[in-house]
Design a protein around this ligand. Sequence first.
Ligand code: ATP
Ligand code: MG
Length: 272
Amino acid sequence: MALASDLDEPHDSVREPVLSIRGVSKGFGAVRALTDIDLDVYPGEVVALVGDNGAGKSTLVKILAGVHPADSGVITFNGAQVSIPSPTESRELGIATVFQDLALCDNLDVVANLFLGRERGGFMVDEELMEQQAWELLRQLSAKIPSVRIAVASLSGGQRQTVAIARSLIGEPRVVILDEPTAALGVAQTAEVLNLIERLRERGLGVILISHNMADVQAVADRVVVLRLGRNNGVFRTSDVSYEDIVAAITGATDNPVSSRSAAQSSEKDAE
Ligand SMILES: Nc1ncnc2c1ncn2[C@@H]1O[C@H](COP(=O)(O)OP(=O)(O)OP(=O)(O)O)[C@@H](O)[C@H]1O
Ligand SMILES: [Mg+2]
């Protein structure tokens, strides 16, 4: 029987994270890239992972993607403690990582890129079925791709990002990690990719979004996890935090030019 106090618990404390990291550390020789990192991702949640250059974001992603082993710490996925010794095991667990270089084959068309590496086993490849599945997947993502039979080289940056994200979904992951998905994109294409991230959340996936763009973070993330010099430096609900607070956590100071400029602007307003 549920105790009354259990029923009073807020929703979040009852729900289990799909991915949970506790005390993860990683060094490269003398460099302490990560020290004692904690991070949770819930199903249907977008977590932005932010921090300055060298803060350790990509290192954390590479640990989750099975590229680097952690030196210490515990990773729990779907309620079970896991180790992620290789990229294959990361994918098989249900973690899909879209790296910044996307790793698409420019000379191949959209269908071929989506199914790249999955048509093995010496079976005849059913081109028609793959094409249908490609359209279905892109439709579910409300993706704007003119044709699945054009070479990826002729797509825009946003469309290429869409193909890379769509490809990551084919293994039916539970967590998708996107490393700087909007870094090279214009305004309209960025909006398209942010829309796509919302589709992933609607599908109940946990999303880790690495971004240096605070407008994107505030537009799409539910929570923001800040890394600074390889350590946790704050976790915020996006709805409760200002741009200045995030910047202060990233830089470790409240007297940096960005936040002091905005403080000066608001005190000018106060003086009016
Ligand atoms: N393979 C490696 N060998 C040695 N040092 C590394 C390696 N990978 C990362 N580092 C170091 O670890 C630290 C964290 O780097 P990381 O790439 O994780 O930062 P980041 O937050 O992704 O930065 P950016 O925003 O510039 O991409 C840096 O000091 C970096 O030089
Ligand atoms: Mg990086």
